[in-house]
Design a protein around this ligand. Structure first.
Ligand code: TMP
Ligand code: MG
Length: 221
């Protein structure tokens, strides 16, 4: 069984790369379960939707890292119990866009110095230890310079007309998340995937091949 996570800040190309990865599995004729967190269309995401829509304050800092993490954790728990727990236990391959690592990046950014590391340890114990959500086999962190990621978010918003959530509304917050990701990657041992070169995104297929290489070398597919 393998649990493979694509992680990254907004605008890092996670969903694009998950699409390529799933297409690759389809070509191989391999079974897999594709997940995307949060599960906005499920009741288990009620609290995190309130949070992201600003019901508890328009500044992400209005809700502490631990409280906000619990909102996302219960959504993951519901998904584990109802969607993928059995497939995982039966040895299936799970491919997911965001996971516990998103709490590390987006909630860990609310804490600094030693407190951030204490939070990383707490998060692992809370979601994986106490809630018994499986630990990922690999977390691939889509490393994109913040300016390019912000530009990608702006472009997508202009195309889709989607309103910004409280994390996306302030660029300072996403900048802090990008910094926090470096700490989290070192703490948890994530693999970095360099998604940009020469001031722009690398071609999708190039990134896809790099991701495949890492996953194959790790013996996960
Ligand atoms: P999205 O951008 O993929 O729709 O995710 C919504 C926001 O929620 C994004 O800024 C990342 C954040 N988030 C967490 O803080 N913790 C989590 O566990 C997840 C899944 C997302
Ligand atoms: Mg977002």
């Amino acid at each position: 069984m393998a649990l493979i996570v694509l992680e990254g800040i907004d605008g890092s190309g996670k969903s694009t790369q998950l699409r390529h990865l799933c297409a690759h599995m389809d070509t191989l004729g391999r079974d897999y379960t594709r997940l995307v967190f949060p599960q906005y269309d499920k009741p288990s995401s009620a609290l995190l939707r309130m949070y992201l829509n600003g019901a508890f304050g328009s500044d992400p800092g209005a809700v502490g890292a631990h409280a906000a993490s619990t909102f996302f954790a219960v959504d993951r728990y519901a998904s584990y119990k109802t969607v993928w727990g059995e497939a995982y236990a039966a040895g299936g391959t799970i491919l997911t866009d965001r996971y516990v690592s998103s709490n590390a990046v987006h909630q860990g950014s609310k804490l600094f110095g030693a407190e951030r590391e204490v939070f990383f340890r707490w998060l692992d114990e809370f979601e994986h230890g106490l809630m018994e959500l499986p630990r990922p086999d690999i977390v691939l962190y889509m490393d994109v310079p913040i300016e390019i990621a912000l530009e990608n978010v702006r472009t997508r918003r202009a195309e889709t007309g989607a309103a910004a959530d409280i994390h996306e509304a302030g660029e300072a917050y996403l900048r802090a998340c990008a910094e926090t990701a470096k700490d989290a990657a070192a703490f948890y041992g994530w693999r970095f995937v360099r998604c940009a070169a020469g001031g722009k995104m690398r071609p999708e297929q190039e990134i896809h091949q790099e991701i495949l290489g890492i996953i194959k070398t790790a013996g996960l597919i």
